[in-house]
Design a protein. Structure first.
Length: 331
């Protein structure tokens, strides 16, 4: 086996012993960079590591575009231990013969579980009660509290996470509306789903929860017009991608109480170190942690490592997003 170089760019993988042990015993040279640092930033400090990499295992490093990929001319596989791929210019990666993999579905159940937690947190005013009792007030203000039981939940996107969320939400006795481009009729019949258009999903919902993937077609899919369709007592939940929502429009809607509140796990700019949302009491904010249950992190890291090692061994990785790029591997 020819020894090659694997560069790990992650804020979590190096804390996972099983993945580290697998890399240590793989027979290749492995270098670690702690954090979700962009390729240009890496090039400014450790150009040799990036330029010499044959494989990159990474978390959701943003803006991996044509310019960024130019800093890694030898790389032939980018194995992400995240479920999305919208952070990578797939067309440019394919043109360069770079096989890109992700770990789609590895944390679907955990993400769905977390979204239900956000629904409960915002609708039942759990954090409002927490802040009140810490301030010495026993009686919490429940005027804007919403029971999940008997409410209407609109689900945007019926992929693996959306379906997992529906299965959980059904147990709360909610009416489920779904807006999706690909209705699953059999699944819908099983859980009493009503498939509706976008505007109806927004106008009828007590809670809107987004599980849609990010694309040019879905970017800013929830803007001022869509927020105006929502009821004043309704809540918006987003664990998918921050770019799906016009954050300026959402901020205004929350400030003016045109919707009751929101639970946000994802943002247009991440990490989120400063934001106007910090000022708002009717928002629950979490740091893109929906899928970060420990078991899911371990599984995601191991799948990403095996995808990278498979490619380096000359085999098409099982999670390849752009398998046509693999034909150019090693050329």
């Amino acid at each position: 086996m020819t020894k090659q170089k694997i560069l790990v760019v992650s804020d979590s993988l190096h804390h996972l012993p099983q993945a580290v042990a697998t890399l240590a015993g793989c027979g290749h040279d492995v270098e670690y960079i702690d954090g979700l640092i962009g390729f240009p930033e890496i090039a400014a400090k450790r150009l040799g590591d990036l330029a010499g990499a044959d494989a990159i295992v990474m978390g959701r490093v943003m803006n991996t575009d044509e310019h960024a990929l130019s800093f890694a001319p030898r790389v032939r596989v980018i194995a992400q231990h995240t479920s999305g791929s919208d952070n990578i210019d797939l067309a440019e990666a394919t043109r360069r013969g770079i096989t890109v993999t992700n770990v789609r579905g590895v944390n679907a159940e955990q993400c769905a579980e977390f979204s239900i937690g956000l629904m409960l947190a915002v609708a039942r005013q759990i954090l409002v009660g927490d802040r009140a009792i810490r301030a010495g007030r026993w009686a919490a203000d429940t005027q804007s509290s919403l029971d999940l039981y008997g409410s209407t939940l609109s689900v945007f996107g019926l992929g693996m996470i959306g379906k997992a969320a529906v299965r959980r939400a059904a147990a709360f006795g909610v009416k489920i509306l779904v807006h999706t481009r690909t209705p699953d009729v059999e699944f819908g019949e099983k859980y009493g789903i009503e498939f509706v258009g976008k505007d109806e999903a927004l106008s009828r919902a007590d809670i809107v929860s987004i599980y849609t993937s990010l694309s040019d077609a879905t970017r800013n899919m929830i803007g001022a017009r869509e927020l105006a369709l929502m009821q004043p007592h309704a809540y918006l939940i987003n664990i998918a991608r921050g770019e799906l929502i016009d954050e300026d429009a959402l901020f205004e809607a929350l400030v003016e109480r045109r919707i009751a509140g929101a639970g946000l796990d994802v943002f247009t700019v991440e990490p989120l170190h400063a934001s106007r949302f910090f000022e708002l009491p009717n928002v629950v904010l979490t740091p893109h942690q929906a899928g970060l249950a420990h078991s899911a992190k371990v599984d995601a890291a191991m799948r990403a490592v095996h995808n990278a090692l498979s490619a380096l061994a000359g085999h098409l990785p099982p999670d390849a997003i752009n398998p046509t790029a693999f034909a150019a591997f090693g050329t």
